[in-house]
Design a protein around this ligand. Structure first.
Ligand code: CDP
Length: 222
């Protein structure tokens, strides 16, 4: 069984999906982390993320091995775990360009589909309900007002980097939302049959409860 949770940046997908996975006894997958991993590798190797030929060549020569740890699927790239570097500014500002490349999407979608080998999944991303697992009956689209999302992300950035101006974060989020929604391949959109949850003004617990009770009603867990 696959529970798909899609939505824009900082809509609460990660926290909610991780908690829902825990409550259901499912495995958690952050699909964005894989796009960030490829971006991290490009930055490390000095590859221009808009150079599709160079990016495709990188995908051919690198390895990305999946690893199951603490009920979540992670990965190592050429044997190396990028850790928190995938959340830092150089990756953050380039990831949407990488995610718009056709060869990257084919590569990552294949990795995401392979993850069913680990068991039942809660997978969060942008195209999980539309492209990766469109046949899954369990789909959610999580949203929140841009200002609320920017406030949430600024707090996260402040915690890790010491600074994080809400206005700057808001314009960075808007840039990324715009790229993610307008790209030709697998743009961010609401999947057919997805239940929409606007989490502005809701607590994390309320959102998790909404999803878990809905899945209980559907008979996914008792
Ligand atoms: O944490 P945040 O929601 O800001 O981003 P993320 O989930 O880590 O995803 C980073 C970027 O990867 C997004 O801005 C998208 O460009 C891309 N992505 C995607 O294209 N498809 C996915 N299924 C997941 C992420």
């Amino acid at each position: 069984m696959i529970v798909a949770v899609d939505g824009p940046s900082a809509s609460g997908k990660s926290t909610v999906s991780r908690r829902a996975a825990q409550a259901l006894g499912f495995i958690y997958v952050d699909s964005g982390a894989l796009y960030r991993g490829v971006t991290w590798k490009c930055v490390k190797e000095g590859i221009d993320v808009t150079d599709s030929q160079a990016v495709t060549n990188l995908l051919i020569r690198m390895t990305m091995d999946l690893v199951l740890t603490d009920n979540a699927v992670g990965y190592v790239i050429d044997g190396e775990d990028p850790g928190q570097e995938i959340r830092a500014e150089p990756v953050r500002e380039r990831v949407s360009d990488i995610a718009a490349q056709q060869s990257v999407r084919v590569y990552i979608v294949e990795k995401l589909r392979q993850m069913t080998q680990f068991g039942n999944l809660v997978m969060e991303g942008r195209d999980i309900g539309t492209v990766v697992f469109p046949e899954s009956p369990y789909k959610y689209y999580l949203d929140a007002d841009p200002e609320e999302r920017a406030r949430r992300r600024a707090v996260e950035i402040q915690q890790t980097e010491g600074t994080g101006d809400v206005d700057e974060v808001l314009s960075s989020l808007r840039r990324r939302d715009q790229k993610d929604s307008s790209r030709v391949t697998a743009p961010l959109q609401i999947a057919l049959g997805a239940k929409i949850i606007n989490s502005t003004g809701m607590t994390i617990d309320q959102v998790v409860d909404t999803i878990v009770s809905d899945l209980k009603k559907a008979g996914v867990v008792s």
